[in-house]
Write a protein that binds this ligand. Structure first.
Ligand code: TPP
Ligand code: SF4
Length: 231
């Protein structure tokens, strides 16, 4: 081995730096005060630091919505995509660059409404990505329109007399598509240990903290519903 090669190897070892959670954030998140997306970003930063993922080896892909601002704030490659199309964009990226850790961030409108077809098929394709569904039970960016996960009875701009349909449960719907050897479902950040890095599987994460602070009555309604779900 040439002396140049030896010195480059030494350099690499010496340059290994430990990244703290804040090293994974590029700028302050621009969301309303009290928005649940702040909590999601903080949890993801802690997770990336725990796993010491390298910024140049990961990419965050999103659709359109408040939650989809995520890639702007994470120190990684990012793509702020098109409403409902985060998954096909991310799938293409993962297929072209399999060595990258690919994360997808979507709102409930993004994932379970306009992007519902992509959501179901992504579980089937099993492309070893980590998908975060920031479900605040409403269209947040466009301010208070009913989404598939809005609870029945909630009065929004598009359902002024109250939503008439039972809310879709994204966890149950994903479970319906689940094959336990390749899909791991996670319902809280505490339980995430970056399984996608160690095992090749499509991972879907349902943070429980997502909430839209401009519709506090909806948030209270969702908390009441969630408190009745047996754990
Ligand atoms: C094809 C298309 N349809 C509709 C819109 C308008 N639009 C932008 S964001 C959004 C809803 C966002 O809600 P959600 O996906 O739940 O994300 P949140 O803002 O709540 O995080 C809609 C309908 C759009 N930008 N593009
Ligand atoms: S509108 Fe709702 S979801 Fe969007 S930033 Fe404000 S609080 Fe968050």
């Amino acid at each position: 081995m040439s002396s140049l090669a030896i010195s480059l190897l030494d350099l690499e070892a010496d340059n290994a730096v430990c990244l703290e959670a804040d090293d994974y954030q590029t700028r302050a998140g621009k969301w309303c005060a009290g928005c649940g997306d702040f909590g999601a970003l903080n949890a993801v930063k802690r997770l990336l630091a725990k796993e010491q993922l390298q910024p140049e080896k990961m990419a965050f892909v999103s659709g359109i919505g408040c939650s989809s601002r995520f890639p702007h704030y994470v120190n990684a490659y990012g793509f702020h995509g098109i409403h409902g199309r985060a998954l096909p964009i991310a799938t293409g990226l993962k297929l072209a660059r399999p060595e990258l850790d690919v994360f997808v961030v979507m709102g409930d409108g993004d994932c379970t409404s306009i992007g519902a077809g992509h959501w179901i098929h992504a579980t089937r394709y099993n492309t070893n990505m980590t998908v975060l569904l920031l479900d605040n039970n409403i269209y947040g960016l466009t301010k208070n329109q009913t989404s598939p996960t809005t609870p029945m009875g909630y009065k929004s701009n598009t359902s002024p007399r109250g939503s008439v349909l039972p809310a879709l449960d994204p966890l149950q719907t994903t479970l319906f598509r689940m094959h336990r050897s390749w899909l791991k479902l996670l319902t809280g950040y505490q339980r995430i240990s970056m399984p996608h890095c160690r095992r090749p599987m499509h991972t879907m994460v349902f943070p429980l903290s997502a909430s839209c602070n401009v519709v506090p009555s909806l948030h209270r309604m969702c908390l009441r519903i969630r408190s009745k779900i047996p754990t």
